[in-house]
Design a protein around this ligand. Structure first.
Ligand code: AMP
Ligand code: GLY
Length: 440
């Protein structure tokens, strides 16, 4: 049977998903359904539908009309809305969990309570609240060391950290009052210290195949300054761990992902089929869980998908057929550095409508994924969010960074990127930080 694979979403992550499916030896037909037309994805797809990706019926109808044989869901909003449920009901197998299983991302309280209930390590102290009752005790226990999280999806705006966004107990109380006023429940947890890393696993509901560890850079400006963003760039190392991590940290994160997948199956009575993405912090007290995502990371997946050696369509089939245990998943032993080019003013007040001029040719070892861009009168223009991502791949992080930077710095116009990501001084700072947090 010839395969038609539907990709839901239209950012750089979905461009990378489409490009990786497109290099499968099975040469599947690709279709995309999203809120916007990404010209990079469009060149790889024979069908492109525009609509509301968080409307399960709309996505399922498009999949049915295009005779999709499988679907890959990129972003979190459709997962939280139950798009996977609607696709399975329409007999389209999905890479991406059903609504109930996606609570691992869509509810911070659910994720914390799942770990606690199933005695999985990695939780810092936490407490879930629906009102202000009992807050005083938690604030008295962790006056300057707490993090407050909106329980639900808040597009990166729902987390406030002591010393960062919360400079006094009054700030903390004000944020909690605001959440309660909006009828949101929230979690207050202990602020832990260390270096963050992402560990994603392919999961068929029974077996997990882990991907290399990645480090993201959430702050907008160099030196980890400025507002939080969706992620300005990421790197991986050729040995598939990160320079500041011990093998035991990777093993601990892998084990947490495995235990969470089984706990989810027990809790929801259904297998988790998709990508399980743990956001972890290596601390003086072992690996702590910061958050779970129910999808590929963006930018993390931009580093890893181009290094994937195994046929991606085969992995997707194995996920839906529960045969991942028989699949050898391998990534090329190379380092990678990904940097996003974003409009001036991003993330708070980004310019929109500026022309994006791409380099005529990319050097070997570099790939580019388009994100928030549109075509007007034959010209690529930026639409305000992260514009495009450039990934350099080489034997070392330093070489990958140099390759990536060579291309990124050629993109003219009112855009910026973080030149420091993946550089020697930036990595050394992270190694030093880890040494200070966790002396040998
Ligand atoms: P999240 O949306 O849960 O990833 O949180 C956004 C950011 O807040 C994370 O990337 C961390 O830098 C920070 N953060 C979240 N939870 C904690 C925690 N318990 N301790 C320290 N930092 C945290
Ligand atoms: N890189 C952060 C995320 O995908 O949520």
């Amino acid at each position: 049977m010839s395969e038609t694979i539907l990709i839901v979403g239209s950012g750089a992550r979905e461009h990378a998903i489409a490009a990786t499916l497109a290099r499968s030896s099975s040469q599947p037909k690709l279709a995309c359904f999203s809120g916007a037309r990404n010209p990079g994805i469009a060149t790889l797809c024979s069908e492109y539908g525009i609509g509301n990706i968080a409307n399960p019926a709309e996505v399922a109808a498009f999949a049915g009309e295009r005779h999709a044989t499988m679907a890959v869901i990129g972003p979190e909003a459709p997962l939280a809305a139950g798009v996977a449920d609607a696709l399975w009901a329409a007999k389209v197998p999905v890479i991406g969990p059903t609504q109930s299983l996606a609570r691992i991302e869509s509810s911070k309280g659910f994720a914390r309570e799942l770990l606690a209930k199933h005695k999985i390590s990695g939780n810092p102290f936490f407490q879930r609240f629906a009102s202000l009752d009992g807050l005083d005790e938690v604030f008295a226990r962790y006056p300057n060391r707490h993090v407050i999280k909106d329980d639900g999806l808040a597009g990166g705006k729902g987390v406030k950290v002591c010393g960062d966004h919360l400079l006094s107990l009054e700030d903390s109380l004000a944020f909690c009052r605001e959440l309660v006023a909006h009828g949101h429940s929230f979690v207050v947890e202990e602020k832990v210290e260390g270096e963050e890393f992402s560990l994603m696993s392919f999961c068929d509901g029974k077996t997990l195949q882990h991907m290399p560890a990645v480090q993201d850079h959430k702050r907008a400006y160099e030196g980890d300054k400025g507002p939080n963003t969706g992620g300005m760039g990421t790197y991986t190392a050729s040995d598939h761990k990160l320079p500041f991590l011990e093998n035991a940290d990777i093993a601990a994160a892998q084990q947490i992902n495995e235990q969470v997948a089984s706990a989810l199956a027990m809790e929801c009575g259904a297998p988790y089929k998709g990508i399980l993405y743990g956001g972890f912090m290596a601390t003086c007290d072992g690996v702590k869980l910061i958050e779970y995502n129910a999808r590929f990371g963006d930018p993390e997946s931009l580093n890893l998908l181009p290094l994937l050696e195994t046929d991606f369509v085969e992995i997707c089939r194995a996920i839906v057929d529960t045969t991942l245990a028989d699949c050898v998943v391998s990534f090329s032993p190379k380092a990678s550095v990904c940097k996003y080019v974003v409009p001036e003013g991003y993330p708070d007040n980004p310019r929109k409508g500026d022309a994006v001029l791409l380099p005529a040719e990319l050097p070997q070892g570099v790939t580019m994924y388009l994100s928030a861009v549109d075509v007007k009168d034959g010209q690529l223009i930026a639409t305000g969010s992260r514009t495009l991502a450039v990934v350099g791949m080489a034997a070392t992080i330093t070489d990958a960074e140099a390759l990536c930077e060579r291309v990124v710095c050629q993109i003219p116009g009112p855009f910026f990127h973080r030149a420091d990501i993946g550089t020697r001084p930036s990595i050394a700072r992270r190694v030093e930080h880890m040494k200070a947090v966790r002396p040998a």
